[in-house]
Design a protein around this ligand. Structure first.
Ligand code: TXA
Ligand code: MG
Length: 507
């Protein structure tokens, strides 16, 4: 079933192409399939009243036919056409949250065929707020049954490229309406029992529902039902999962970064392709694996918008393992956690704290004038390990007079988002070298110089940075080189400093 000529149309919600919309409606009227955007995720639509069209949906998706579809209506007053015995609570929710990302499970109107509801006597209904979705339903004049527009077992589609990838050649038309605004599927609330139950958390939160209804229960958030009669039948299938093994890492930021670095190293040594799902603030702190950012830390709604695209990219990259920082936030956290936990098959690891903190509290990066390589090392150490209780500084071995930051060093640092305002070089002094100190030289020649000039320096406290962290090559002296040389130098120092901090925290 991949020989259908799919028509692709591109639309903007604020400027609906009526002619194409008419064409889409004709396809649906004739029992065909149209993929359309909604504010949550893309939907794979068919006439909700047409049993054979519903069967086609299952076929196109490769989805078991006992998994019911969500029926989409354009206005709340169309609800009577698809559901009966609507409780007052449901009516109150409708007036508060529709159109919007809330799906209500209600008693089915007999006009809706069993094929649409997977044989259930109930029906899931939602009224999307997306303008293209609503005008499509209006153009049809009937409700549209639609599951998420992804092949079964893949993450839901939140971008046109995702639907194209999964369903081109399997549906009659795909309407490109840009990226989904929310990025996670609607909240599903079962209104058919004594107490309303959230079957799937989403953008409309439990707190919001409680405000209207008083009591709302959770159907164990994040728990997959393996029994044969789950409340939301779709929840029993493997969902939202990338092909590689996703593992979520919980803990404070430093512990998480250190642990993921360690896990990634182990995976790569084994020959696995590793992806790290980090946040913008930790991107620089990883040394290996392919880095993909889930956005700003704490911005859960932003992460939600990116999530399915990131999971799909893990597949494209051929990731065998994916280590993800556990996200935080307060807008859509229940829904985000639910999807991530499922994608990870509930693999969550606690990042262990350092076994024992380094006894030495002072790290000195030292080099000739103290205003180039050692300044880079110091700035990187500070940025990567902000908040650690180790004091770091940059010192010169030979400082005749205070010098500002070396110009090319400054340029490279700025291009990497680091500014060291008011920096002047400081000479290393014998007094600051004591039992608490570790000095790191950039090359062996300079380490020898330090040992020679400072009586307190010895092999126990003065090290070559590269060999201390297990690197073969020492940090070359970029002096006299062009910006590119300084840039390479920065990269070498960055990797060494990351390893150094990991070692120091675990000593
Ligand atoms: O945001 C959304 O809800 C998207 C867009 C396209 O509207 N749709 C969506 O559909 O996520 P789908 O098929 O991927 O998920 C529908 C979920 C399934 O878990 C299904 O089992 C459940 O809704 N469901 C549908 N009808 C139900 C019913 N009568 N009782 C309980 N659960 C139902
Ligand atoms: Mg789905």
């Amino acid at each position: 079933m991949s020989d259908i000529q799919t028509v692709h149309v591109h639309m903007n919600g604020s400027n609906i192409d009526e002619e194409q919309m008419g064409r889409a409606a004709e396809i649906l009227k004739a029992g065909g399939l149209v993929v359309f955007p909604t504010e949550t995720v893309y939907g794979l639509g068919a006439n909700a009243f047409d049993a054979s069209a519903a069967r086609k949906v299952y076929e196109a998706k490769g989805r078991p036919s006992d998994n019911p579809l969500i029926v989409h209506i354009a206005d709340a007053d169309e609800l009577d056409g698809v559901a009966v015995d609507i409780p007052d609570g449901a009516k109150a929710l409708v007036s508060r949250f529709w159109p919007g990302p809330l799906t209500l499970v209600l008693k089915k109107n007999p006009d809706i065929p069993d094929e649409t509801t997977g044989g259930l006597s109930t029906v899931a209904v939602r009224c999307p707020s997306d303008k293209i979705a609503r005008s499509l339903i209006k153009a049809c004049g009937f409700a549209i049954a639609a599951p998420s527009a992804n092949r079964s077992g893949r993450p839901s589609a939140t971008r046109y490229s995702h639907v194209s990838e999964d369903l081109d050649g399997r549906v009659d038309m795909i309407i490109d309406g840009g990226d989904s605004a929310i990025g996670l599927e609607s909240t599903i609330l079962d209104m058919t029992g004594e107490v309303p139950v959230i079957l799937r958390p989403g953008y409309i939160t439990r707190e919001q529902l409680v405000e209207v209804l008083g009591t709302v229960e959770y159907d164990e958030p994040g728990v997959v039902h393996d029994d044969s009669h789950p409340k939301a039948p779709g929840m029993k299938y493997r969902h939202y999962a990338p092909k590689g093994e996703l593992v979520l890492i919980k803990g404070n930021i430093s512990d998480t970064v250190r642990y993921i670095n360690k896990l990634t190293d182990i995976s790569i040594k084994k020959g696995d392709a590793a992806v790290v799902l980090c946040h913008n603030d930790t991107r620089e702190r990883y040394r290996s694996g392919t880095l993909l950012s889930m956005g700003e830390r704490g911005a859960d709604a932003e992460t939600a918008v990116l999530l399915y695209d990131l999971l799909r990219r893990c597949d494209t990259l051929g990731a065998d393992v994916i280590y993800a920082e556990y996200p935080t936030g307060s807008v859509i956290m229940d829904a985000l956690e639910n999807r991530l936990l499922k994608a990870a098959s509930f693999r969550v690891l606690e990042a262990p704290p350092p076994k024992q903190r380094s006894k030495r509290r002072k790290v000195i990066f030292a080099e000739g004038h103290g205003n180039a390589r050692s300044a880079m090392a110091w700035a990187l150490f500070e940025r990567l390990y902000e908040g650690s209780d180790i004091d770091a500084c940059s010192r010169g071995i030979v400082v005749q007079f205070e010098e500002p930051l070396n110009q090319k060093t400054e340029a490279v640092l700025i291009s990497n988002g680091i500014t060291l305002e008011g920096f002047t070089s400081v000479a290393l002094s014998n007094d600051e070298i004591n039992g608490d100190t570790m000095i790191f030289a950039m090359d062996e020649r300079q380490r020898q110089q330090i040992l020679h000039r400072f009586s307190s320096a010895n092999d126990e406290n003065t090290f070559l940075l590269s060999s201390y962290v297990g690197d073969d090559l020492e940090v070359m002296d970029p002096y006299g080189g062009n910006l590119q040389v300084y840039g390479i130098c920065y990269e070498v120092i960055r990797l060494s400093v990351q390893k150094l901090a990991d070692i120091l925290m675990e000593l």
